[in-house]
Design a protein around this ligand. Structure first.
Ligand SMILES: Cc1cc2nc3c(=O)[nH]c(=O)nc-3n(C[C@H](O)[C@H](O)[C@H](O)COP(=O)(O)OP(=O)(O)OC[C@H]3O[C@@H](n4cnc5c(N)ncnc54)[C@H](O)[C@@H]3O)c2cc1C
Length: 501
């Protein structure tokens, strides 16, 4: 167990990887290009931590049931520290819409259905300080990994092996001192900006990459509740998150009176994309969406940032054992966004990344042979992460189609075949049933929180029968449950876009 492991990146997954490996007795060194969190509390970290290495750092994050269960089961003391820093636990009972409250009876499994509400700065600061106290682990900040060292060998049985043996580093804290760090195992947790993919291919590795553009840009603005004001109650007729087809939106309640609103726009929505970058117009867009009005009306909250955006929203999957004839890449593992990335709209990245980190630590502690480890990790990743990736990708594709239909003035609800009609009718019935039947709502929340594989709740007979019963009510009646009382695309553009631009 005294193997040395270098983890590249001290973001969410790098920290969880380091933590779980150190607890299993490995000797862990984390390398992070950015500075550590500043002294002080969540406010200080949110407003002043220089975090250029994680471009999404100031975008709001939902921390879903899957990640929360890993946290609660393995690190209850960390959870306590997060709550002390202002993070809030939102239980399944809290998520039950008011009009269904009388149907609510606690059930086994509800305890896994909770979310942690806080800014990413808050969770990352607390997690980072917690991990830094761990024995067998050290974090080198302001240290850029600039390349990976690989030894190539031909085996007697004819395979080529590529064994990673170290990292090239540039230490910005010490006058850009360059050095080599030799290690037994390398874990790449360097996130969206991963460069190992290129470095390893330059050295002969075969890596299969699947990359699909979600064709959206994601905009955020942060707000703070005014003194003495509480968060608005959840209203299922005017939801605080939704999909208007041409625009997706959502409120992310945070810690210490802060919250953020996101507005996601298809790349093609150029007029709205120009408007949304302006603070006043961002707010005006929100004021055209009834579910957002109670959050941002001027007497309720004040903005704390300007709107800011992030593009390049891709679903990415990387396979490091693409074929039997590919060179065997040994002692190298990628976790989190460096391995599998999904559209942030679903809030899944930190959950899948946290699970991925723990899968790796199980594999490394139970297998010693490098090739067995590589295969076991691939198998675990396929079993646990791939279904979530695939479901996210399908949702992206549906979103792209829907947005294009609305832009082009085509009906999104018309079916060209019986199969399509059934799918649309089933979808409408599901939305309507979830709005009024708590067991259906609970099933959907199991998928949302990733406590089971996406869509698995539809295998539940009681849920399926309820949805089929709702289908008998007819599409028109069911569709009414889905229609949002927000501005149409045309009205939104007319109300916020400057005709001269
Ligand atoms: C706009 C947006 C919103 C999101 N919202 C959610 C959400 O609501 N819920 C959710 O679960 N997920 C969300 N995600 C996804 C989530 O942010 C990622 O899945 C998660 O951060 C992945 O963790 P990671 O550790 O793999 O990467 P990161 O957290 O990005 O960390 C990578 C780290 O590696 C460091 N690094 C990179 N290169 C080097 C190098 N060469 N040398 C040294 N250090 C290096 C970086 O500085 C960084 O600290 C969102 C993503 C985006 C883009």
């Amino acid at each position: 167990m005294s193997q040395s492991i270098a983890v590249v990146g001290a973001g969410i997954c790098g920290l969880f990887t380091g933590l779980s490996l150190a607890r299993k007795g490995f000797d862990v060194t984390l390398f992070e290009r950015d500075v550590p969190p500043p002294e002080g509390d969540a406010e200080e970290a949110f407003f002043n931590w220089q975090r250029r290495g994680a471009a999404q750092f100031r975008h709001p994050h939902a921390f879903l049931g899957l990640m929360c269960s890993v946290l609660g089961e393995n690190y209850p003391d960390l959870l306590e520290e997060l709550l002390e820093a202002g993070a809030r636990k939102m239980t399944f009972a809290d998520m039950v819409p008011k009009h269904m409250a009388d149907q609510y009876q606690p059930e086994a499994g509800d305890e896994k259905l909770w979310m942690l509400l806080c800014r990413r700065a808050t969770i990352e600061t607390v997690l980072r300080r917690y991990v830094a106290r761990e024995a067998n682990l050290r974090i080198h900040s302001q240290t850029f990994v600039t390349d990976v060292i690989v030894e190539e060998e031909a085996t007697l049985t004819g395979e080529t092996t590529l064994t990673v043996t170290g990292l090239e580093l540039t230490d910005r804290q010490n006058q850009n001192r360059e050095s080599i760090h030799s290690t037994d195992v390398i874990v790449n947790a360097s996130g969206r900006a991963d460069k190992f993919y290129q470095w390893l291919q330059n050295k002969g590795a075969h890596i299969d990459e699947q990359r699909d553009d979600a064709e959206i840009v994601y905009y955020t603005r942060h707000y703070e509740l005014r003194e003495g004001v509480s968060e608005p109650e959840r209203d299922s007729d005017n939801p605080s998150a939704g999909d208007l087809g041409y625009l997706k939106y959502g409120v992310f309640p945070g810690d210490n009176g802060h919250f953020a609103i996101i507005v996601c726009l298809p790349n093609e929505e150029s007029e709205l994309r120009t408007a949304v970058k302006d603070g006043d117009k961002f707010d005006q867009i929100c004021m055209n969406i009834p579910g957002l009005v109670p959050w941002i009306s001027p007497e309720q909250a004040k903005p704390t940032t300007s709107p800011f955006g992030i593009g390049e929203i891709h679903a990415v999957w990387r396979d490091y054992i693409p074929s039997a004839s590919a060179p065997r890449l040994l002692n190298y593992f990628a976790v989190g966004d460096a391995a599998a990335r999904t559209n942030p709209l679903y809030g899944r990245g930190c959950s899948t990344g946290t699970v991925h980190a723990h899968l790796l630590s199980e594999v490394l502690s139970s297998e010693a042979d490098p090739w067995q480890r590589a295969n076991a990790f691939k198998a675990q990743t396929e079993a646990e992460i791939r279904p979530i990736f695939s479901a996210s990708l399908s949702e992206d594709k549906r979103g792209i189609k829907k947005a294009a239909a609305i832009r082009e003035g085509r009906g999104v609800e018309t079916a060209g075949s019986l199969k399509q009609w059934f799918a649309l009718a089933f979808g409408d019935a599901l939305v309507a049933a979830a709005k009024y039947q708590l067991h259906v709502h609970r099933g959907i929340m199991r998928t949302v929180n990733l406590v089971e594989k996406p869509g698995m709740f539809l295998e539940d007979k009681k849920i399926r029968n309820t949805v089929l019963r709702y289908m008998l009510r007819g599409r028109k009646r069911n569709a009414a449950a889905r229609i949002e009382r927000a501005a149409s695309r045309e009205d939104m553009i007319n109300s916020v876009c400057d005709p001269s631009t």
